[in-house]
Design a binder for this molecule. Structure first.
Ligand code: ADP
Ligand code: MG
Length: 616
């Protein structure tokens, strides 16, 4: 048999490397930005078209390249940043692997224009799929401009794999943030489809953070500072009360490089323990400075994961400095977070008769002309659905209890004892036949089964079916906000919101644009909590980020699924008697009562026969 092993041509080797380094337009943006930062640029401009699918252009005023270097930089393993293996131990630049430009040039049509300050004239090179098409002297300003056109034009599988423009743009904005947040001294401009998305002038770190996250973060952040022989920590953390429902602003940087580290994340999250609700995420922007000898950056082609040689100590130092910052700003509240809010009513004064609370309702009061739900509606109810006829038989516990009480003689003794006294129950605020356990499960029963309902999953199903029907019938119920609320969004979220504006309206939201990335919310769907509108939108928009780019019906379904999940009552809420009754009734009125839209169970049934066996 002849020898069969051959060396791959460079163009193929580069494409293989590109598979790891350039996964999407955002990866190219990251690599080009890193090169501009390494080149000492003080001003970097990013111009993209169609979320980078048609054009990614990075213009910098850095050191530029000589004619020879301009040609060399596209060779594989060609770098000016390291020379020997030992240099790997003391890396101070963002790049060092010498494969980014070679990789990008293998999967795109690329043009490089570059000039050093000391040169009279610069160089222009055009290269397509690793093949140099032309090279000529060119008049250009000091610095480097790289234009990447039609990324993956020669790798259709990759190109088809790209997500919607909204999502790809989000990835690019993420990369932009990761670079801009750590180089406040550099001015950045970001232009998407000829519109300026960001224009950042050189500033200090706090100003840079605010211009990216929004000025309202000024009140939300507290500084973290800690210096030790092992690591220097600086940056900002969010006040616990502003923790978000979505994992938004969480950044670690090590030696000016954005990194991902679940281990360090745990250290921070742990420091917030008991200060924020379980389903919330703290904001943090933490900058670590470590001797380059004590980290290994070369463990991942995209250089976002690194190894710390002294991980345990860094964890401990980080944890304690976050904890300290929270404490220093006197944010650790003195009250007990474990205490259940439901029991926060003060104890009755001795000897004083307890008055039953009364609520006065004016059912005719309607401050708005629009369709507004009557005020006496129960918060969790939905419009009466077309109840499955079986439901009437399935769910009848209230009747049973009444019969039991009115006609005790008809019941056996055992049954009598098993049914709690209705008056006692009413006095204790527990609904006959339906009760809530641990603020998350609803327990009820039918003639044959004991039923345990998960309140969140159940409400998700109810809302899902309601929104689908309402959109079809154009009949959404809204609740007007007494005070319209302002919503500040990131550029991506704002684009997403606009994209789904019709769907939001169909579900009962009333949203008006109010300047750049700011919106006014004047109504939300009936029966949904309006306590934290910003949190609500954060989590809804997060759930919409991966919507399919398929037909509109599919998109709408995904939308409804996402918002039903975000709006559903949480697992940690005490429900009133009426809410419990309404939730159970509405669940059984659904066409698929036993599953959430994404297939999780909403209820669990145990037959009495089965239960009986447990006691034998
Ligand atoms: P690396 O950054 O790992 O060295 P790259 O393929 O990204 O590898 O770049 C190769 C080389 O090209 C760099 O080492 C640098 O010398 C040069 N280079 C790339 N981009 C620029 C730029 N914007 N300005 C000046 N030099 C650049
Ligand atoms: Mg590089």
């Amino acid at each position: 048999m002849p020898d069969i092993i051959k060396l791959l041509p460079d163009s193929v080797a580069n494409q293989i490397a590109a598979g790891e380094v350039v996964q999407r337009p955002a990866s190219a943006v990251k690599e080009l930005f890193e090169n501009s930062v390494d080149a000492g640029a003080k001003d970097i401009k990013l111009v993209i078209k169609d979320a980078g699918k048609t054009l990614i252009q990075v213009i910098d005023n850095g050191c530029g390249m000589s004619e020879r270097d301009a040609r060399m930089c596209f060779e594989r393993h060609a770098t000016s940043k390291i020379q020997t293996a030992n240099d790997l131990l003391v890396i101070r630049t963002l790049g060092f692997r010498g494969e980014a430009l070679a990789s990008i040039a293998s999967v795109a049509q690329l043009e490089l224009k570059t000039k050093r300050i000391e040169d009279e004239i610069g160089t222009c090179i055009q290269i397509e799929g690793s093949e140099v098409k032309s090279q000529f002297p060119s008049t250009c300003s000091d610095g480097t401009t790289i234009s990447v056109r039609n990324l993956f034009y020669n790798v259709p599988a990759r190109r088809n794999f790209l997500k919607s423009n909204t999502l790809e743009l989000k990835y690019i904005i993420d990369e932009f943030f990761r670079i801009a947040l750590v180089h406040p001294g550099i001015g950045f401009t970001f232009i998407n489809n000829e519109k300026i998305l960001y224009k950042l002038t050189p500033s200090n770190l706090r100003q840079r953070v605010l211009s990216l996250l929004g000025n309202h973060y000024n009140q939300k952040l507290i500084p973290v500072e800690q210096s030790s022989a092992i690591v220097t920590i600086s940056g900002f953390i969010g006040k616990p009360e502003f923790a978000k429902k979505s994992r938004g602003e969480q950044y670690f940087f090590t030696n000016n490089r954005f990194i991902k580290s679940p281990y360090l994340h745990h250290a921070v999250e742990n420091a917030y323990q008991e200060l924020i609700p379980k389903d919330s995420y703290p904001t943090y922007l933490i900058y670590l400075t470590i001797d380059p000898k004590m980290i290994d950056v070369n463990i991942h082609p995209t250089k976002t994961e690194i190894n710390f040689l002294d991980m345990k100590n860094i964890y401990a130092i980080l944890h304690s400095s976050v904890r300290q910052s929270i404490g220093k700003y006197n944010l650790t509240p003195s009250f007990d977070f474990e205490a259940d809010k439901v029991f926060s009513t003060p104890p009755p004064v001795k000897g004083q008769a307890i008055k039953q609370p009364t609520i006065t309702i004016d059912p005719t009061y309607n401050p708005f002309e629009k369709k507004v739900k009557p005020q006496i509606e129960i918060p969790l109810s939905s419009k009466p659905g077309k109840a499955d006829p079986n439901w009437q038989q399935l769910y009848d516990p209230l009747k049973e209890v009444k019969i039991a009480n009115q006609k005790p003689s008809l019941q056996t003794e055992a049954a009598d004892q098993s049914l709690p006294d209705i008056d006692q129950q009413a006095a204790s605020g527990i609904s006959p036949g339906i009760l809530q356990a641990s603020n998350r499960f609803i327990i009820t029963y039918t003639q044959n089964d004991l039923i345990i309902i998960d309140q969140q999953n159940a409400h998700e199903r109810i809302l899902y079916e309601r929104f689908i029907t309402e959109a079809r019938e154009r009949s959404a119920y809204s609740q007007q906000q007494l005070l319209p609320q302002t919503l500040n969004l990131t550029a991506t979220d704002s684009a997403l919101l606009k994209e789904f504006m019709n769907d939001f309206n169909a579900a009962g939201f009333e949203i008006a644009e109010f300047g750049k990335d700011t919106f006014i919310i004047s109504a939300i769907p009936a029966d949904c909590s309006n306590e934290d509108i910003q949190g609500l939108f954060d989590s809804m928009l997060e759930s919409l980020q991966n919507y399919p780019s398929g037909p509109n019906t599919e998109k709408h379904q995904k939308f409804v699924q996402g918002i039903a999940k975000s709006l559903a009552v949480s697992r940690n809420r005490k429900l009133h008697q009426e809410e419990l009754i309404s939730l159970v009734g509405n669940l059984f009125a659904c066409s698929v009562p036993h599953l959430t839209p994404d297939g999780k169970p909403t209820l669990y049934k145990i037959g009495y026969d089965e239960l009986e066996k447990k006691f034998k």
